[in-house]
Design a protein around this ligand. Structure first.
Ligand SMILES: Cc1cc2nc3c(=O)[nH]c(=O)nc-3n(C[C@H](O)[C@H](O)[C@H](O)COP(=O)(O)O)c2cc1C
Length: 185
């Protein structure tokens, strides 16, 4: 059973909508349990519980919102207890080019600091649209490719947990167990 925490901060709801899609993407993989929690609700035990985490924050001043960083500073998990979990990131920005990929990188850096194994998604979720460093968005996800990027991020997290934590090699995305989009190379 893969255990996933989708952890987010959202001031105006856009990152929350991304988080819901990421959680739904993760649920596409059988035997995956998902906890969807805002930083105001999540605890250190949620972090200990999960096999992997998708962390999301709006882009504020080109980086992670202070509320998300404070969550990590406050819970102060014991490093030895969360080494080797799998992590990925997502962010909503005001407009394209507003820094959401920088925010994803900052989120990945925080997770790396605690020993997470972090990843991006190589697939294309639509024409000229990827989530190489995490799912990024201007405002809320509306178009099919924007929605698909969030779904694919969550699904990929669940796939990696199935493969690397639960030993289900058949869930490896390169095994072709699901149809890739026509945009996928
Ligand atoms: C304090 C503050 C700083 C922001 N800084 C940026 C920024 O650097 N780049 C950007 O594209 N948008 C910026 N925005 C816009 C938010 O990233 C954007 O509205 C986002 O969709 C909010 O996500 P939320 O609805 O989950 O709170 C900023 C908004 C606020 C309130």
């Amino acid at each position: 059973m893969g255990k996933i925490l989708v952890l987010y901060y959202s001031k105006d709801g856009n990152t929350k909508k991304m988080a819901e899609l990421v959680a739904n993407g993760a649920k596409q993989i059988p035997d995956t349990e998902v906890r969807l929690k805002a930083v105001s609700e999540a605890t250190r035990d949620d972090v200990y519980w999960c096999d992997g985490m998708a962390a999301g924050s709006p882009t504020f001043l080109g980086t992670v919102a202070s509320e998300m960083k404070k969550f990590w500073e406050d819970i102060q998990p014991e490093w030895q207890k969360i080494d080797g979990k799998i992590g990925c990131a997502f962010s909503s920005q005001g407009g394209w080019g507003g820094g959401a990929e920088l925010t994803c990188q900052a989120l990945l850096t925080i997770m790396m600091n605690f020993g997470f194994l972090v990843f991006g998604v190589t697939d294309y979720s639509g024409h000229q649209f990827t989530a190489h460093y995490g799912a990024t968005q201007a405002g809320e996800p509306r178009s099919e490719k924007e929605i698909n990027a969030c779904l694919r991020l969550g699904r990929r997290l669940a796939e990696w947990i199935a493969v690397y934590v639960d030993g289900k090699k058949e869930q490896h995305p390169l095994n072709g167990h699901y149809k890739r989009n026509s945009w996928d190379k």
